[in-house]
Design a protein around this ligand. Structure first.
Ligand code: MLC
Ligand code: AMP
Length: 490
């Protein structure tokens, strides 16, 4: 393990570090800009260890701020530029950033309320950009739970570095690699694997601010060697490849196509192989643990299997009493628990939630259900919590969406479920009881209302009005009955 976090920046040479929408930035330029950002932080009274919000707009400045914060020791709290008012209020109150950073394209100063917002590319004096791999926090990433508002997962520099090193070995990442992705920068996948992973392994990051299948595939045609994407993106990529031989040819040139953040169906795995001769490499992770299992680049790839434990991570299956009694026979189902330097520090201000998820021996309980075979290969088969929805690779708590819907004056009651969807994996469907049956709000108005309060990706894709919700004798909504009640797979 290199003792510095983003080791490729140490040499600060002319090799490309970033392609941001095709704008190329060398390691030397990135190191200099990140150093200037660090100097601005220091001049604004930010100390190492302070939280700094970063609006992750699709600008080069966002990358400089994320890297500059990491090198300076400020803890980045990435903010989705589309955060609704209620969710933003929660994140700012919970993380209390010392200041927020916004790139020049969209100034978010007004949205951060009383919190000072730094809006400018950082130029001028530079602090030496280096950060040791230590046990201090690096990031606070907000992640949804079954109930309540999202929790801030605190990841340290060691969590990230140890896991990135395991992944670099698993995938044989090297300086000649160029990692293409079009993922958002406020989650583990795009930020830790994509940005920090490239800068630690020496590969370059080739980032597209919008996901368009043909353009992303063209990045591979243009020299990117590795692609990171969520299954929804692969679904759309293979649709495009089946229609367009150029997309199929571009994808066929990748050294590795990597999928994660949600299950890649065996159907899509085989479609991709048919369309472009590539077997996708899967890996499985969580915000709290980074990546636990991965198929290695030289492994035989099997549809539906997410590979073996990444170096440095212990993975086991446990029964309902959290006892490791589940046989590794490829058939017995248990909950996945993990332990290692990858496992986070805990949830910010939530020792209750931390101790519910992590035991005294530092095993983290993922809530995911899986089988393991005799070689330690893992196949994810389900999830304990039915109120967690994975849509387009985003985790969404049904309760968050219900709480947002209930704030609408015309909503008397509601229930939200995830329904199988060929494109999104699951799509969010809301069942709503209107306060006045004769004056139902328009579905679009309810969706816009949700987008105003929480993130746009948490919005219902379908709204059904019902006169009442099915409930059991205790008054609990019977979500299974809603699921059975009609919404069909798409
Ligand atoms: C639509 N939009 C609205 C709206 N309806 N905005 C306001 N009001 C409304 N009523 C906007 C959206 O915000 C967005 O804006 C645009 O319309 C289209 O967005 P979308 O409908 O959400 O796009 P969609 O097609 O669903 O996107 C699919 C996707 C996306 C795959 C591109 O889901 C995605 O990027 N997923 C990646 C998720 C991810 O990174 N997960 C990693 C979690 S970490 P705009 O401006 O954006 O166009 C993890 C751990 C691990 O899981 O293992 O990795
Ligand atoms: P998040 O909280 O957004 O980090 O999402 C983590 C969850 O995504 C995990 O608990 C899994 O349910 C799911 N997940 C991530 N990668 C995979 C994968 N390769 N296969 C199946 N599920 C996955």
């Amino acid at each position: 393990m290199s003792s510095t976090l983003l080791s490729s920046l140490d040499s600060a040479d002319d090799a490309p570090a970033l392609f941001v929408d095709r704008r190329v930035v060398s390691r030397a330029e990135l190191a200099r800009a990140a150093g200037a950002h660090a100097a601005v932080l220091a001049s604004r009274g930010v100390a190492p260890g302070d939280h700094v919000g970063v609006w992750t707009d699709p600008d080069l400045e966002t990358f400089v701020a994320l890297v500059g914060n990491a090198l300076y020791g400020a803890v980045s709290v990435p903010l989705n530029p589309q955060l609704g008012a209620r969710e933003l209020e929660h994140v700012l109150a919970d993380a209390s950033p010392k200041l927020c950073f916004s790139g020049p394209r969209r100034a978010h100063a007004a949205r951060a309320g009383a919190i000072d917002t730094l809006v400018s590319p950082s130029e001028g004096a530079s602090l030496p950009p280096s950060r040791l791999v230590d046990d201090r926090p690096l990031l606070v990433l907000y992640t949804s739970g079954t109930t309540g508002a999202p929790k801030g997962a605190v990841l340290t520099a060691r969590n990230v570095a140890s896991n990135l090193d395991g992944l670099a070995r698993a995938w044989g990442l090297r300086e000649s690699d160029r990692i293409a992705h079009a993922l958002p920068m406020f989650h583990v996948h795009g930020l830790c694997l994509g940005l920090f992973g490239a800068l630690r392994s020496g590969a370059a990051l080739d980032w597209s601010s919008r996901f368009d299948p043909a353009s992303l595939a063209a990045r591979i045609g243009d020299g990117a060697t590795v692609l990171y994407a969520v299954p929804t993106m692969y679904h759309r990529l293979v649709d495009a490849a089946e229609r367009d031989a150029v997309v199929a040819r571009d994808l066929s040139r990748a050294r590795l196509l990597v999928s994660g953040s949600a299950p890649l169906s065996t159907r899509e795995f085989h479609r991709i192989e048919r369309a472009c001769g590539q077997r996708v490499v899967e890996r499985y992770g969580l915000t709290e643990t980074l990546i636990n299992c991965a198929v290695r680049h030289d492994d035989a790839r099997r549809a539906g299997w997410v590979g073996r434990a990444v170096d440095g991570v212990e993975v086991a299956l446990v029964d309902d009493h959290r006892s490791p009694t589940i046989a590794a026979d490829g058939a017995s189902i248990g909950e996945v628990r993990v332990r290692g330097a990858n496992v986070f520090d805990g949830y910010l201000h939530r020792p209750d939630a931390t101790s519910a998820a992590m035991d005294g021996d530092r095993w983290f309980y993922t809530g995911d259900l899986a089988v393991m075979d005799g070689d330690g290969w893992v196949k994810i088969v389900g999830r304990r919590a039915t109120d967690l929805i994975k849509t387009g690779g985003y985790k969404v708590g049904a309760g968050e969406v219900e709480a947002a819907l209930r704030e609408h004056p015309s909503v008397q009651d509601c229930a939200v479920i995830g329904v199988d969807d060929d494109d999104l994996g699951e799509r969010i469907v809301a069942y709503v009881v209107a306060r006045d049956e004769l004056e139902r709000p328009a579905s679009d108005a309810l969706v816009a209302h949700v987008c105003g309060l929480i993130s746009a990706h948490k919005r219902p894709r379908e709204v059904h009005f019902v006169s009442e919700l099915p409930r059991n004798a205790m008054g609990k909504v019977l979500k299974a009955a809603l699921r059975a009640s009609g919404s069909t797979r798409r």
